[in-house]
Write a protein that binds this ligand. Structure first.
Ligand SMILES: Cc1cc2nc3c(=O)[nH]c(=O)nc-3n(C[C@H](O)[C@H](O)[C@H](O)COP(=O)(O)O)c2cc1C
Length: 209
């Protein structure tokens, strides 16, 4: 993936929840901070910028297009204005980081709905899944990986799983309270290496494009 001279490619960081209150925006900010605080430095690296995509802002209705998205060749073939806008948004990004909690042993319906609206916009693009939950949200990550593989995305091997350290933190997270993520006592300070490792893989996949 080569950027147009002077313009960095965009990597979309998808906030996969929509409820209020919620913790996912904080987790996405933590992921971005982790990557940006220790940038990969090599002259061979395509310049990139991380950009948030918040499903709550998009507020997509339940999938309501008449045509199977894999049959769509151009966004103007979508019928609904919100699908056209969502298609153009996803086309802007060269790769994605999905930040998702585990909901009832799976991933949130909002992200499945957002994925199903499109197909060719996802295909071939590299992706990372960062999950979180009482046990790290691994079940959600595995299920989401199956869906993204089905969309022919190129998943990195590492799947960082951020575990809430206690029941109290799960409850605080669910209330959208500010969690201590940064600094020496940050709850996921030790997980930063895993996130950076996944991002190194993502950049390598991008350079193969
Ligand atoms: C509908 C629902 C189901 C949940 N199921 C799980 C679960 O299966 N495993 C888990 O570790 N946490 C589960 N939780 C707790 C979430 O990890 C926690 O609420 C977190 O804050 C969710 O992210 P959000 O605040 O962005 O929605 C669940 C929360 C909700 C709202």
């Amino acid at each position: 993936m080569v950027s147009t001279i002077g313009i960095p490619i965009s990597i979309g960081v998808i906030i996969c929840t929509t409820r209020k209150p919620r913790v996912c925006p904080q987790v996405a900010d933590f992921v971005i901070d982790t990557i940006e605080s220790n940038p990969i430095s090599s002259p061979d690296i395509t310049p990139y910028k991380l950009n948030l995509i918040d499903l709550e802002t998009w507020n997509l209705p339940m999938f309501n297009e008449p045509t199977i998205p894999s049959q769509i060749k151009d966004y103007t073939q979508y019928v609904k204005p919100h699908t056209r806008a969502w298609s153009q948004e996803i086309q802007k990004h060269s790769a994605f980081i999905f930040v998702t909690p585990q909901y009832n042993s799976g991933y949130p319906a909002a992200i499945k709905n957002a994925i199903d609206y499109l197909f060719n916009e996802w295909t071939g693009k590299p992706a990372i899944i960062v999950s979180y939950g009482s046990h790290g949200g691994g079940k959600a990550a595995v299920q989401l990986k199956g869906v993204l593989d089905g969309c022919r995305m190129r998943l990195v091997e590492k799947m960082p799983a951020l575990k809430f350290p206690s029941r109290e933190v799960v409850v605080a997270a669910s209330r959208g309270e500010k969690l201590l993520m940064s600094g020496h006592d940050g709850i996921w300070e030790e997980e930063r290496d895993g996130i950076r490792g996944a991002f190194v893989e993502l950049i390598a996949l991008l350079s193969e494009t």
